[in-house]
Write a protein that binds this ligand. Structure first.
Ligand code: 5GP
Length: 144
């Protein structure tokens, strides 16, 4: 999907937000929702999405949704650090299929990194749901 287009509320993140699809939830407040990526590129790969935006990407998101979203990203990134003690944390966001975007509801990736551990493939293997649930609980316990 190119940078031009319209929001499709049948996308998987919209379904997760409506409770129509399962996820390992980490955190939510009135504006943002965080959950584990089911095809993680590293242990603890977490996604943060706005709850009320129909922006498919950063270019389209309503300005008023951006501040709570990025504050949510910072809050969850701090919790990931506190829970998993990584050596570094990659925060990324793709706009358009050509840039690597596969789900067209704006989202930020929070990907912990450890020295000597290679980054997994984008869209690689599916994680064990029980393991994701445990990680989600560990990260949720460190949200402050
Ligand atoms: P994008 O490629 O659009 O930047 O990121 C979409 C992310 O959503 C990918 O990292 C992919 O692994 C993840 N993803 C795709 N489908 C699902 C799903 O059904 N549940 C969860 N939790 N993550 C998903």
């Amino acid at each position: 999907m190119s940078l031009d287009g319209t929001y499709d509320d049948g996308n998987i993140f919209a379904k997760i937000l409506r409770g129509e699809a399962p996820c390992a939830k980490v955190f939510e407040d009135g504006e943002v929702f965080a959950f584990m990526d089911v095809f993680p590129q590293a242990k603890g790969h977490t996604l943060v999405i706005p709850k009320h935006s129909t922006g498919r990407n950063l270019l389209e998101v309503e300005p008023q949704a951006l501040t709570p979203l990025i504050l949510g990203v910072q809050r969850v990134t701090r919790a990931v650090r506190a829970a998993l003690n990584p050596d570094g944390i990659m925060v990324s966001q793709f706009n358009g299929a050509t840039a690597g975007q596969t789900v067209f509801h704006l989202h930020f990736h929070i990907i912990p990194r450890w020295e000597g551990v290679a980054l997994g493939r984008h869209g690689g293997g599916m994680a064990d749901p029980a393991e994701l649930k445990t990680l989600a609980e560990q990260i949720a316990a460190k949200i402050s």
